[in-house]
Design a protein around this ligand. Structure first.
Ligand SMILES: [Ca+2]
Length: 237
């Protein structure tokens, strides 16, 4: 029993000595402040602050490096998963969906078009002609699609026949509210619509002309004409 008591006392003394050594080490780095010390209080505070900032800076650098390595690993995992998915779907990342058109339609950009140059129809009859193919009169909303349509017309109309071409736009429901057969608003002004006699911007003829045509005498700019006029249908699947 006596031995046990002596061992406990010795252990307590050893722990007190260890704490004293740690305090001495801390005091060596940051000596305690004494009223009579020649080193100013400001310098001591600055030294402590500098040491703390150095420790924080080192920790921040280590954290940043870990985050960079984690990000790099995640990017590699993402790329690997994308490659596996593309392989499973049987295509490469650069492959694109291709529009397939059934004859007699021709692929023009992302659409299928049919220009029936030898079939003269009124506007309503032209819609019926297209409907027989499950299509409707053509429509376009931006300059790229318009240019593609003009290119297709020039390719088909090799003989430069003087034929104007119906497209799917009208203001029959409400005067001067030009809409496509889809219900979308038609683009207005240049470069889609032409001019009559070189100076009257189209559309220009009010209630008497409610259907849109690619007008051959004006280089296939859009004009308003009577819906009973006879033109060639341009169908869009
Ligand atoms: Ca009109």
């Amino acid at each position: 029993m006596l031995k046990l008591v002596l061992l406990v006392i010795l252990a307590l003394l050893a722990e007190q000595r260890s704490q004293a050594l740690e305090e001495n080490t801390e005091e060596h780095l940051f000596p305690p402040i004494h009223p009579n010390c020649t080193q100013s209080l400001t310098e001591l505070l600055l030294l402590r602050q500098e040491a703390q900032l150095n420790r924080m800076s080192a920790a921040e650098e280590a954290t940043t490096q870990v985050l960079k390595e984690t990000l790099q690993t995640l990017v590699q995992v993402r790329d690997s998963l994308n490659a596996l998915r593309n392989t499973a779907q049987g295509h490469t990342p650069t492959s694109e969906a291709v529009v397939e058109c059934v004859s007699p339609f021709t692929r023009v950009g992302e659409r299928c078009l049919l220009l029936a140059l030898n079939k003269m129809h009124t506007w309503a009859s032209a819609r019926h002609f297209c409907a027989a193919y499950g299509a409707d009169l053509a429509h376009f909303s931006d300059i790229n699609e318009y240019v593609a349509v003009l290119g297709y017309i020039n390719t088909i109309n090799e003989l430069k026949k003087s034929v104007s071409i119906w497209i799917g736009g009208s203001d029959e429901v409400e005067e001067d509210n030009w809409v496509w057969v889809t219900g979308e608003l038609m683009p207005r002004g240049s470069p889609f619509w032409g001019t009559k006699d070189g100076y009257r911007p189209q559309p220009s003829d009010g209630r008497s002309q409610n259907c849109a045509v690619l007008w051959q005498p004006d280089q296939y700019y859009i004009h308003d004409v009577s819906c009973t006029y006879k033109s060639a249908p341009l169908c869009q699947m």
